[in-house]
Design a protein around this ligand. Sequence first.
Ligand code: ADP
Length: 427
Amino acid sequence: MTPAAAPRTTVVLVYQRSTLPWVFESAQRAGIDLVLVPRPDERVDPDRLPPAVVELLPLDIEGDPEGALAALRERYERAPFDGLTTHYDPVVPFVADAAAELGLPGIGSGPARAAQDKRLMRQRLAAAGLNVPGFVALDGPTGWAAATALDFPVVVKPANGFSSMGVTKVDRAADLGPVVEAVWELGRTKLSQVSGLIVEEYLDGPELAVESLVHRGRVRVLAIGYKGEPTGPYFEEGVYRAPAPLPADVQEAVVREVVAAHAALGVADGPTHTELRLRGGVRPYLLEMGARVGGSSVSHYIAAGVSGVDFAGDALRIAAGLAPRTLPATAGPLVPARGAAANYIVPCGGSGLITAVHGLAELAEDPRVDHVVQMLHPGDVVRPYPDFSGYPAFVLSHHPSTADAEEFHRSLEHSIRIDYAPQGAAS
Ligand code: ADP
């Protein structure tokens, strides 16, 4: 008699965009089966499932969270799975709650909310003595007068926003009221729910993104990347090049701040994506920490390219209650860089009806380029910022050094261009 095969590790992956390959490929390498909860704005063909996906489980988490939880419980009782995870920021708290309800590994409701609500995050970081700008937390569009006492410029943002949606810089106290109203209104219409706002002092200096993997409270930093130095008033994402060239003492300060932030927010397991600004070029201040693989999983490409660690694969293992498998032994939290990786986010460069996108097709031949992910095409309409219509395309590339990545990005600034129909033609 042959022994029954051991059941395969299965993880429910919530709202992962099926057109971005990394998480699916990592699951395949890690030998993990995925039950995919498709994003509501995406149709996944059951006959052409992404790698490692063995089943689709549609859930309306934002519209009917109780029904979604009941469906998950029913699926679990019928055929138990080992874990539940997401890299889509708005549903991180739902996934943490559902995992706790089903007795599965997870980060817990408290840390999920502390990482998602920027007011709570600022309070926790301040209580832990970390670097925090002056801020005022608001429950609604009123009560902003207290924020006129902050040092201007300030930044107004939805407490539970993502993708920079609504994030607006305000230079003078006299302009604060109308901007608070506008950001509240944008949050109300664009986010499924807006719980409040935060007004905080503007932090100048270069922006960094840090990709980390934490297991049982031990944080390992896989990549520290440079994200440009956006000055507002709106904060469209641009470049991401890692590793960021930093003096050793600044790099140490960044690692210290990020490790301490995990403890302050209580995030003890799983992947995180932290954004910071280096005030005055030297002092790290957190902008936010997401308890997930960032950038719809682009962060996996960057972290894996820099550190050699299978970021998304080990994140799935942690979600299933297993130890990570590809982390090298290091004395400190920082995993040394082995190469450079970069993402060039093609800027919209205008608004209206797209008539042509130039310069992307040629990149398929470039040996430095691993992926061109095009999201906006001729016929799509880009609404003017701060109304977010999505990014036109990502160009993901690897390089011997960050300086080479920078040179490559400079060439892309000239070679990629989006044409729009003349004003008025879009309607
Ligand atoms: P979201 O979660 O919507 O992306 P963030 O807090 O990350 O919101 O803000 C989006 C972007 O806005 C940041 O990447 C940064 O460029 C800019 N930003 C936000 N807060 C500040 C601040 N206090 N000082 C300077 N820039 C900021």
